[in-house]
Ligand binder design. Structure first.
Ligand code: PRP
Ligand code: MN
Ligand code: MG
Length: 183
């Protein structure tokens, strides 16, 4: 058994769980994009780990690019304002675009991205979200085509997800202890 970080109260998805989920998502994406050359767009910084794994689980020609969009900054709560920190280097008009995200929480980030990218006239635009947070009473504004797993309404870290830039390098998905983020 791997050592659990002392700030993590519970591991929700182990490395093995993650491997299985990513393989399943990669197979789905491979099937749907057969004969195409999709452009995978990862949302920095949280999605880098999932991007690195899922792109290797997809068996078709593809391109990758990155956007940096931040809504949380260093805080635990969304500021409500989405900001483009780094734009694409690729022209997406006519391309089959697949947004790669680590987690859909309020959906604010993805809602903004969908609207922004749709205006650039891609041939298609879909979302692959590794995690979707289930928040009671909250309707999400976007529906990802591919979802890895649903997680409870807790502070989730690891596998790219941070709190104040920490814990992104944990190889599993865990729940951060409330005392760490000052609840
Ligand atoms: C986190 C996460 C998603 C977004 C989800 O990013 O990686 O991109 O928040 O939240 P939402 O659905 O409520 O918009 P963050 O802004 O913390 O930047 P980061 O990826 O650099 O950690
Ligand atoms: Mn992010
Ligand atoms: Mg973050």
């Amino acid at each position: 058994m791997e050592q659990i970080h002392p700030d993590v109260s519970k591991v929700i998805l182990s490395e093995e769980d993650i491997k299985g989920i990513v393989a399943r998502m990669g197979a789905e994406i491979t099937k749907d994009y057969a004969g195409k050359n999709p452009l995978l767009i990862a949302v920095l910084r949280g999605a880098v780990v999932f991007m690195g794994d899922v792109m290797r689980a997809i068996d078709c020609p593809l391109g990758i690019d990155f956007m940096a969009v931040s809504s949380y900054g260093d805080g635990a709560v969304s500021s409500g304002v989405v900001r483009i920190v780094k734009d694409l280097d690729t022209k997406i008009e006519g391309r089959d675009v697949l947004i790669i995200e680590d987690i859909l929480d309020s959906g604010l980030t993805l809602k903004y991205l969908m609207k922004n990218l749709r205006s650039r006239r891609p041939a298609s635009l879909e979302i692959a979200a590794f995690l979707v947070k289930d928040v009671p009473g909250q309707e999400t504004a976007v529906t990802p085509r591919y979802v890895g797993a649903h997680v409870p309404d807790e502070f989730i870290v690891g596998y790219g997800l941070d709190f104040a830039e920490r814990y992104r390098n944990l190889p599993y998905i865990g729940i951060l202890k409330p005392e760490v983020y000052g609840k």
